[in-house]
Design a protein around this ligand. Sequence first.
Ligand code: S3P
Length: 449
Amino acid sequence: MATPAHDTATPSPLGAAPARNLRGRVRVPGDKSMSHRALMLGAITVGATEVTGLLEGDDVLATARSLAAMGATIERTGPGAWRVHGRGVAGLAEPDDVLDLGNAGTGARLMLGIAAQHPFTAFFTGDASLRRRPMGRVATPLRAMGARIVARAGDRLPLAITGAAEPLPIAYRLPVPSAQIKSAILLAALAAPGATSVIEPEPTRDHTERMLRHFGAEVNVTIEADGARRVTLIGQPELRPARLVVPGDPSSAAFPLVAALITPGSAVTVDGVGINPLRTGLLETLRAMGAGITLENTRDEGGEPVADLVARSSALRGVEVPAARAPSMIDEYPVLAVAAACATGTTVMHGLAELKVKESDRLAAIVAGLRANGVEAEAGADSLTVVGTGAPPAGGGTVITHFDHRIAMAFLVLGLAARCAARVDDTRAIATSFPDFVPLMTGLGATFA
Ligand code: S3P
């Protein structure tokens, strides 16, 4: 299989010039979490699943290729419109080559759950970033369900997985708040007899649970004596093909919205954004900072709440962000740090240990990027402090993105609000989640060069 382009091709640097008056109404690409899950559930359901609003980014396309390599038929019927002809739970075929999930942690970890349904061997790899990320967090529960997994030191990719002929149902308490671990277990458990439970002390995004119900599986949630959520799936369900509408990704909407808040004279509307309460920690935090963000036209689409979000230039103030909020905004800290750099006062964010094992060590990348642009910032063991002076950040720095899409987009947004242009060393990773980020922002009035 060919090496992913970004492992070999040359970097693509870009600068963002100071901006004013960002204005307009846009749509952001479909939710990345839901897009991966839509293709996967379609692939293990007999019949045709129709998906609209699918994110056509590199991460999701890598999942589509992997599922196709396991015998699902996946076709694009129009922009964002895809049809999946699936083969049933535990009905996929042994892939005849290594599955390359590119940059996608969600793709890799959830596909391991799918592979664990099957008694054949599948080989997984990814790009340099994904090969550094921990897979033990899913390998441990999948081994408890009967899968055999042979991996590099530290349970890292490349690895080989052989699922059990019939996975064992388990009850598993998540050691870290992670929707990816929860989802890998639930996907594997579809092939197990009886009830499998995942106990999560801190709630994480519940797209897998919602989507499984949409396909006809029985998933129940109860609250334990200590307040933890117990998510229980009844295995071996008869999944029915479904129609899925993927809403705009709140993690992508965050970039134009924060850009509007921190550049003078701006008013931006992002239409059709998912506002699942387990994803809205950033909105809550920005509002506490004094952000003028309003929700319009709130509605329900395919089992998920959706709204149009409007953001206007706002005077932000520093806040304390509690650790308990981290799972509901785990991907938004890079752009929140940029908002904090433009606020008056200090912002302290707690509970950020997981940021160190994202597409890059985001805690370190954020601090380095802020300092390169004249912003005082410091990382603790699992916290981040950003000092906002109330004046625009100096800018003028070049940010090392470590092939991390959200670091690249966050610091291009910083450049829009800075006194001097800010640069990022490489924008190629943006294609993993938000391929049209640069043209979309340019349409709102931003200038990149
Ligand atoms: C995701 C869960 C989160 C998030 C990632 C997408 C998902 O990761 O950071 O971008 O789709 O389940 P963790 O489960 O590792 O927290």
